[in-house]
Each structure stands twice: as structure tokens, then as C-alpha cells.
Design a protein around this ligand. Structure first.
Ligand code: M6R
Length: 607
């Protein structure tokens, strides 16, 4: 949600700021803006909509200067207009913000009563006005920041420029991520290491409540109590090349096709191929004492968690609770001693998931995270870090992160079961063998890309689409529906196939395509019976199954999508591919913005 960057440089910064925003556009694309310091003035350029508009604006009206800040916005308070675009500024202070200032109303009233004038509808502008007031009263930038920060409630990462001090910037974070980057005679601020990838690999991750003064010489960091502190400098390893589309039309398409490689890459950290055993990172707690697992996540990561619930219960016989983070944190969940709280997140920064993690930590749970960004807040706050190795995921619709999450979760469930004495050596070997088959099976699933592209026109005109699945294919049905709605804007729902006749079947007519996920296996016949109930009522079926399943039940379907025959354990990974491709090709057929669908952002760092 919003990306920010700041540069105290030795050369003009405008182009580099815009370039940095390009690498963060996935965080929000409602508007963008920059502000540089030049000739004793704050020079601001802003534009509504995609970054291309700002690029044009900066080309037409250059912003000179070697120090500046920039922002790409996902709107929270105030419409996505130029007036509400960051940076927000007075004559003295300009500021970019990622997060939400929850107490902005009383602060705004207080400032209005003092006669200050606002020009936007945003929560952010109160911070600029408060800082400006203190600067006008004669405080230094550092004193002004030190006075204002304790008054802000909510979440923020800030980068602030001061007219009176053109050779430095101040950054601050609470609840939203912010990193400091160290270059050759230059220093940077960024929402993440990726934003700074071409500028530097030397990064410090600010901790909650930290604020920082950056100059060309480096950074001086203060903690929440105002004490000067050191934060370790680490090599980020982020690569700007990883966020190129290559020969693909969209990032989403590239990321779908990367799955065989990144799942194999991820599995390498979780299985020992020669010994055919699962292998987890060093665990500093007694896993056998875990008596309950609580899984919390959002969106696609939540559906990965739902699949994992089946595995944990089936292999390890441990009870699993699962909830979406936004509900979990406010329902006062029962968290008994001996519980493992497992958080799943691509970004590791999703605000609700992070808040739930902190809640569970306070409640004495052991914290495990499955996360794709190893330097994220969740990764840093976990007792057990289980990284996925999917590489940067840029398309807003999550694809490769999902299949990598499933790979890690399957290995974790098996490890749990081994430690609890619930799996024999042979059973463990069989699980490892099946997991190692996954990359090849993903490749075989991708071979059907053309067939799926051919049939997308059958779905593209629909107003509603239903997805059905049973067992671990039920969460996958919901994932398929989520993919379709977020990038094609077609209303879609995923149901447990046996639940259809308890209500949703009333929706069936010949305008509602029903996508049925039914790999042949123990649940096939049950799912097919539910499918026949739909067909008997005129429903148009798209059956996704293997050759055997299609031979048995494909007749009379509007379309079939053939998958390789796979073991039920890896079916959720393999069947993710056709639902991703179907959504992708339908979106292409409709001409929507696949990588940056309307109203969404990749990393949801506000509640
Ligand atoms: O970064 P996270 O995995 O925590 O993000 C969770 C959701 O915001 C995310 O999965 C979202 O639902 C995707 N856009 C789905 O494609």
C-alpha cells in the first residue's frame, strides 16, 4: 500500500526517484509524485493515475535537485486525484507517507482552530501541517519530528524534506516498513530493499518507532525513546533484474510460468533428496509439545493455509484453527499454552496478519511464518522462519507465491507428523517423492496454456462464475474464484461442491459457468455427483481433471481442461495452474489491466 523513496544524492535525483517508483508501482497506482529541493525551494510534481502520467509531467516540467522524495499511492483517505497525491507540502515541509494516521480528525480540528489551511482530503496532510507549525515557531527539523511523532496514531512510514535544510531527509516508521540504503556519498530511504536495488545493496531495516536523519555522509538512527541506536547493515540481495517482464506480456504470466522453477527451488530447502526425508530449518522449540496450530493469513495466503489444515490434520493429527487475519485479531480467540501460531504471507507486511502475529506473540504462542520476503517484518518477528523462494512477485494477483507456500506447508506438515511419530519412514519417503514430482507436474500443467487460452472466450462474457471443489480442492476453488474476480472483474465464488445444494444451486442457469476441480482420486466420484446435479439444472460445466477423470465425466461439459495425473498430495499445487491461467486469459480477453487491476495493491499495509 503506497511506496515511498527518498534520496540524498550527489547527482540530480528526479529520474532516479521515478525509476524507484517503477519498482514499487505494485504497491499502489492511484497517483504518484515527487518533490526535490532546489534553489532554496521545494519543487513538487504530481499526477493522478499511473506512473506514466508522472513521468510525462516530470519530462515536461523538470524537477532539478540532488535531494528528493517520491511516492506511489494506494488511496485510503481522499479520492485518487492530483490534489490528494503525495508529496503533501507547505512552503517549508514536504512529506510522503505509507500507512494511515488514525487520529487525523482531532489533529486536523486542532490545526484548523489554529488557522492552518488544508489543501487535500488526506490523513497525511496533518503531519505536514504539524511539522510546518513547529518549523515556523523556530524548531529545527529534528526537533519538529521528535515533537510530532508521539502524537501520531496508526501506521506510518514517512520520508520528509525540509526547505531550510536542503542536504538531508528525515524518515520514520511505525507499523509500515522503511529501510535505509547506503551508497557512495549518497543515502536513501525506501519502502523496501527492492526499491533501492539498483542504487545499493547495503541496507538497514528500521525497527518499530525508529526515526532517522539521512545525509550524504550516512544515517543517524533514533529509537522510539529518542536514543541514538545502531541498526545492522545487511546485504539485501534484491535484484532489479528480477522485476523485469522479460519476453512475457505480463508479470502475472511470467510468474505463472516460473512456478516449476521456484517450487523446485523452494523444495530444495525443505527436503533432502538423497535421504528422501523432509528437512526443516533449525527449530529452537520442542515441536512434539505443540498441541494445536492456529493458522492466520489473508487472501491467497489464507487459501494456502486452508489446504495446509487438511495436511496437518491428516498427517500429524494436530487440530488446526484457521482464520482470516482481519477477523482473527478482533474476535478474542482462545490461545492456549502449547500452541503454534502459523502466519502465511507473500509480502510479510500485510497489516492485519502482522497485527495478528503480534497478538499471538503476546499470548505466548510460538510463532512460525511462511513468507516470501525474508527481510519483512513478519520474518523478523518469527520464532520459526520458513521462507518461500519464489523471488519477487510483482503481479498483484498472487500465483507463484501460492504454490511455493503449499510446498513449504506440505513439508512442514510432514515434518510435524514425523516428529510426532505419526509417519513411518516409508510414508515420509513417499511424501518426499510426491513433492519432488511437483515441478515436472507443474510443467505438464503449463503445457495446457494454449487450450486454456482457446476456451477463455467461453468465460469472458459471463457475469458470474462458480468454482467447485472438495477436500483440498475446495480452497483451490476459492482461490480460482479470487483470481478471476480480481483481474477480470467477473463476479466469482468458490464453494465446497457438496454445499451447492444447500443454496448456491439456485443460482444455476445456462448463463453461469461452473468450473469443477476434480482430480481423479478418493473424492472424485463425490465431486462428480455434485457436478451432475448442476448439469441437470442446465449449468455449463468446465471440468478440470486428468485424462481418466475426463474420460469418466467429461461428456456433456461445455469444456474440459486436462491435467496430468498426480498424487492427491500435490494436486492443489498442480491444479493451481489451470485456475491461474483461466483467470489470466479471461482477463486478457476482456482487456483489463492484468498486473495492476483496479482498486487493488500488492502489499496491504493498512487495516
Ligand atoms: O502478502 P500477503 O500474502 O500477506 O497478501 C495477502 C493478500 O493480500 C493477497 O494474497 C491478495 O489476496 C492477492 N491479491 C490475491 O491474488
Amino acid at each position: 500500500m503506497c511506496g515511498i523513496i527518498g534520496i540524498v544524492g550527489r547527482e540530480p535525483v528526479a529520474d532516479r526517484l521515478v525509476d524507484g517508483l517503477k519498482r514499487m508501482e505494485y504497491r499502489g497506482y492511484d497517483s504518484a509524485g515527487i518533490c526535490t529541493l532546489s534553489g532554496g525551494q521545494l519543487v513538487r510534481r504530481r499526477a493522478e493515475g499511473k506512473l506514466a502520467n508522472l513521468t510525462r509531467e516530470v519530462a515536461e516540467h523538470p524537477a532539478p535537485g540532488e535531494v528528493g522524495i517520491a511516492h506511489t499511492r494506494w488511496a485510503t483517505h481522499g479520492a485518487p486525484t492530483e490534489q490528494n497525491a503525495h508529496p503533501h507540502a507547505t512552503g517549508e515541509v514536504a512529506l510522503v507517507h505509507n500507512g494511515i494516521i488514525e487520529n487525523f480528525k482531532p489533529l486536523r480540528d486542532e490545526l484548523l482552530a489554529l488557522g492552518r489551511k488544508f489543501e487535500s482530503e488526506t490523513d497525511t496532510e496533518v503531519v505536514v501541517q504539524m511539522l510546518s507549525r513547529h518549523i515556523e515557531e523556530g524548531k529545527s527539523p529534528a526537533e519538529a519530528v521528535r515533537t510530532v511523532l508521539p502524537r501520531l496514531r496508526g501506521a506510518f512510514a514517512l520520508a520528509i524534506a525540509f526547505r531550510q535544510d536542503p542536504d538531508m531527509l528525515i524518515g520514520a516508521r511505525l507499523g509500515s516498513p522503511l529501510v535505509v540504503g547506503y551508497g557512495e556519498g549518497e543515502t536513501y530511504l525506501g519502502s523496501d530493499a527492492l526499491a533501492l536495488a539498483p542504487l545499493t545493496q547495503d541496507i538497514s531495516y528500521l525497527e518499530e518507532g525508529d526515526w532517522v536523519i539521512i545525509t550524504r555522509e550516512g544515517a543517524t538512527i533514533f529509537d522510539v525513546d529518542g536514543n541514538e541506536v545502531e541498526r545492522a547493515v545487511t546485504k539485501s540481495g534484491a535484484s532489479a533484474a528480477a522485476i523485469e517482464k522479460g519476453n512475457y506480456r505480463h508479470f502475472m504470466q511470467k510468474e505463472i510460468f516460473e512456478q516449476p522453477t521456484v517450487v523446485a527451488q523452494t523444495l530444495r530447502s525443505y527436503v533432502r533428496q538423497l535421504e528422501r526425508t523432509v528437512a526443516l530449518p533449525q527449530i529452537d522449540f520442542d515441536i512434539t509439545s505443540i498441541n494445536r496450530v492456529t493458522i492466520v493469513a489473508c487472501g491467497t495466503s489464507f487459501y494456502a493455509g486452508m489446504v495446509a489444515k487438511y495436511w496437518f490434520e491428516m498427517f500429524a493429527r494436530v487440530p488446526v484453527d484457521i482464520d482470516v487475519a482481519s477477523e482473527f485479531r478482533y474476535r478474542d480467540p482462545v490461545l492456549e499454552p502449547g500452541g503454534l501460531a502459523l502466519f502465511i504471507s507473500q509480502s510479510g507486511e500485510t497489516a492485519d496478519t502482522l497485527a495478528a502475529l503480534r497478538h499471538c506473540k503476546e499470548a505466548g504462542q510460538t510463532i512460525a511464518v511462511v513468507v516470501n520476503v525474508p527481510t519483512s517484518s513478519m520474518a523478523r518477528e518469527a520464532d520459526l522462519l520458513l521462507p518461500t523462494h519464489a523471488g519477487p512477485e510483482i503481479g498483484v494477483a498472487s500465483t507463484k507465491a501460492f504454490t511455493c507456500q503449499l510446498a513449504v506447508l506440505a513439508a512442514l506438515a510432514a515434518h510435524f507428523a514425523v516428529k510426532k511419530g505419526r509417519l513411518s519412514k516409508d510414508e515420509e519417503r513417499a511424501i518426499v517423492d510426491h513433492l519432488l514430482e511437483a515441478p515436472a507436474c507443474l510443467n505438464a500443467a503449463l503445457d495446457h496454456d494454449d487450450d486454456i487460452a482457446q476456451m477463455a472466450h467461453l468465460i469472458a462474457p459471463a457475469r458470474d462464475v462458480l468454482y467447485l471443489g472438495r477436500g483440498p480442492d475446495y480452497p483451490l476453488a476459492m482461490e480460482g474464484a479470487l483470481k478471476l474476480k480480481e483481474i477480470s472483474y467477473i463476479h466469482a465464488e468458490g464453494y465446497a461442491s457438496g454445499e451447492m445444494k444447500h443454496g448456491p444451486i439456485a443460482l444455476i442457469d445456462d448463463h453461469v459457468p461452473v468450473v469443477v476441480l476434480a482430480p481423479s482420486g478418493p473424492l472424485f466420484e463425490k465431486t462428480v455427483s455434485n457436478m451432475q446435479e448442476v448439469r441437470a439444472r442446465g449449468g455449463k460445466i468446465v471440468l478440470i481433471s486428468d485424462a481418466e477423470g475426463i474420460a469418466e465425466a467429461g461428456e456433456g461439459c461445455m469444456a474440459t481442461i486436462e491435467m496430468p495425473k498426480v498424487h492427491p498430495l500435490i494436486a492443489p499445487l498442480v491444479y493451481a495452474v489451470p485456475v491461474q491461467l483461466l483467470a489470466y486469459h479471461v482477463a486478457c480477453a476482456k482487456g483489463t489491466d492484468v498486473d495492476q487491476p483496479r482498486n487493488l495493491a500488492k502489499s496491504v499495509t493498512v487495516e
